[in-house]
Ligand binder design. Structure first.
Ligand code: SAH
Length: 339
């Protein structure tokens, strides 16, 4: 059974058409759920009795819950328990421009990136749209403040849960809903090419981030198995296509792994790969985790890499480190709870 919060306004519109109701009822549902926070359809006073009951009987309205929180000055990490006792996490970060939340999109992940904690648990299932929406709503309720941006960079590969993630984006983006501007929503992917192509044809002005993490094909295949399916050169062609089609700048994520992908040669290769493209590179200091052998690149190595890219004409920033004291690397809080 679908949940009340699994449907975007478009989907509610189709639903109302299918039951012979007026299409504009879709907007009213969005207002009841996300503005008035009235989750019992029987209390939706501007609906006919018959429609109220139909909705009440045909949609579930359960909740997920927060079972653990850890925090430091600028970061708060949440562990959620789902109805089937699975766990996922989200991270709230305070920036000077507002609050952002990093949400999970799957329980576990099948992408098996060698440096990533989340992937140690294989995918158990996709998150439904409502579970992702609830990550946001529960955090807003916990802190009694509005969230201004969302990054889909928690546990899971969002493009491996495409339909639910797109519905989620439409719901949080709806100006009658949670009203987070599309330019404040970022989807991060390891590079599922067919889905990147689908995404670029949607009329959604969200940001795309690509987890590149390597400067050549061989190295990328070593640390990111997905590269054996969609190679680096194919990914670069898709990136060009995406930029041409959407006219939007793409973020390239590059996690700095000591002596793995962070030497001068890597920086030079990266310049060649990205030169002239409308991208900016975000260098990510690696969050070490106890189960994985990789070490973070020392600061001076990161700085050197940064300088080389800069001199090579690449837009580059170093990601601010959040919450490294509180197991904020993806999957760390979950793996504490579920040993
Ligand atoms: N599956 C998606 C989104 C989830 S991972 C993707 O691959 O983009 C979000 C980002 O965090 C990715 O760039 C990922 O490679 C990176 N990441 C994973 N583990 C990390 C760690 N321990 N420290 C720093 N970044 C990490």
């Amino acid at each position: 059974m679908k949940h009340l919060m699994d449907l975007s306004k478009d989907s509610w519109t189709s639903y109302f058409e299918s039951i012979g109701e007026k299409k504009f009822k879709a907007t009213q549902v969005i207002e009841w759920l996300y503005d008035k926070k009235e989750y019992n359809p029987l209390n939706w006073t501007n609906f006919k009795n018959e429609t109220r009951e139909l909705i009440n009987n045909n949609f579930s309205k359960s909740f997920i819950k927060i079972v653990r929180k850890e925090e430091d000055d600028l970061t708060k990490k949440y562990l959620f328990e789902l109805e089937d006792n699975n766990h996922v996490e989200a991270v709230l970060m305070e920036h000077d421009y507002g609050l952002s939340v990093c949400v999970s999109s799957q329980v576990g992940c099948n992408m098996s990136c060698s440096f990533c904690e989340s992937g140690r648990l294989k995918k158990v299932r996709n998150l439904s749209t409502f579970e992702m929406v609830e990550e946001i709503l529960l955090i807003e309720d916990d802190i009694k403040r509005r969230i201004s941006s969302v990054v889909i960079m928690g546990i899971g590969e969002p493009l491996d849960n495409y339909d639910n993630v797109i519905e989620f984006i439409k719901i949080i983006n709806d100006d009658k809903g949670i009203a987070i501007g599309a330019r404040h929503i970022t989807l991060s992917t390891c590079g599922i090419i067919p889905k990147i192509k689908e995404l670029m044809n949607l009329p959604l002005q969200i940001n795309l981030a690509i987890s590149l993490h390597a400067s050549n094909n061989e190295l990328r295949s070593k640390i990111m198995p997905i590269n054996k399916v969609y190679s680096l050169s194919q990914l670069m062609l898709t990136l060009d296509e995406y930029i041409e089609h959407t006219n939007r700048r793409v973020t390239i994520e590059y996690v700095m792994l000591n002596n793995v992908n962070d030497n001068e040669e890597n920086a030079k290769e990266l310049i060649k790969l990205l030169h002239g493209k409308n991208v900016y590179v975000n260098l990510i200091p690696y969050n070490e985790t106890s189960h994985i052998i990789y070490k973070k690149s020392p600061k001076d190595r990161i700085m050197k890499f940064y300088d080389t890219l800069k001199k090579g004409g690449i837009n580059v920033t170093i990601r601010k480190e959040f919450g490294s004291k509180i197991s904020a690397a993806c999957g760390q809080l979950r793996s504490k709870e579920v040993k």
